[in-house]
Design a binder for this molecule. Structure first.
Ligand code: RBF
Ligand code: MG
Length: 182
């Protein structure tokens, strides 16, 4: 399938806005290391599970998880991940409402066996924040999940998603939802 054109309504249409707060869980660890596009994985709760698989846009905010000490968790492949629960983030990282893109689905390029929901925050952070809480509001749909013949083609499409999301979120009718998370 070739990438279909993104249709953007004047204002977010039902079922959007979809707003939630979830704790970041460990993913496959590929976003950062393989694609250079880190994603915060979150549980696929019912409201996300009911959406068509694909790529979405919206706003999000990070909160340190109310827990003082670091812990470790295991990735699906058994590798250990350090959970700092967002305690290392600076004031600006925590007070900003960030633009985001979200992927919900099976990652056909990687043949995942379970459905994942992942948020890429459009900003360069100096460290990770596994175990922190993410509050997010999903405002619309960009495109379906696609398969690719190369990793570079997947990265190129994700970069286009990011640029589309940034443009949409600048529009007044979409920008105003930023204040719902403040
Ligand atoms: N994976 C796919 O297999 N196909 C896609 O079309 C696809 N689109 C994505 C779009 C965005 C904005 C993001 C953040 C991720 C996307 N992914 C896609 C998921 C990607 O494969 C995943 O983030 C990494 O494998 C890390 O888990
Ligand atoms: Mg991830």
């Amino acid at each position: 399938m070739t990438r279909p054109e993104t249709i953007v309504p004047e204002t977010p249409q039902p079922p959007y806005p979809i707003r939630h707060k979830s704790q970041i869980i460990s993913g496959f660890g590929r976003g950062s290391s393989e694609l250079g596009i880190p994603t915060a994985n979150i549980p696929v709760h019912d409201e996300l599970n009911n959406l068509p698989t694909g790529i979405y846009y919206g706003w999000c905010k990070i909160y340190p998880h109310p827990q003082e000490s670091d812990t470790t968790d295991k990735r699906p492949d058994g590798q250990d991940v350090l959970f700092n629960h967002g305690n290392n983030l600076c004031k600006t990282d925590l007070s900003t409402v960030w633009p985001m893109v979200m992927s919900i689905g099976w990652n056909p390029f990687y043949h995942n066996k379970t459905k994942a929901a992942e948020i890429h925050i459009i900003n360069k952070f100096s460290s990770n924040f596994y175990g922190a809480d993410l509050e997010y509001v999903v405002l619309g749909y960009i495109r379906p999940e696609l398969n690719y013949t190369t990793k570079e083609a997947l990265i190129k499409d994700i970069e286009l998603d990011i640029s589309i999301a940034k443009d949409i979120l600048k529009r007044e009718e979409y920008a105003k939802y930023e204040h719902e998370l403040e």
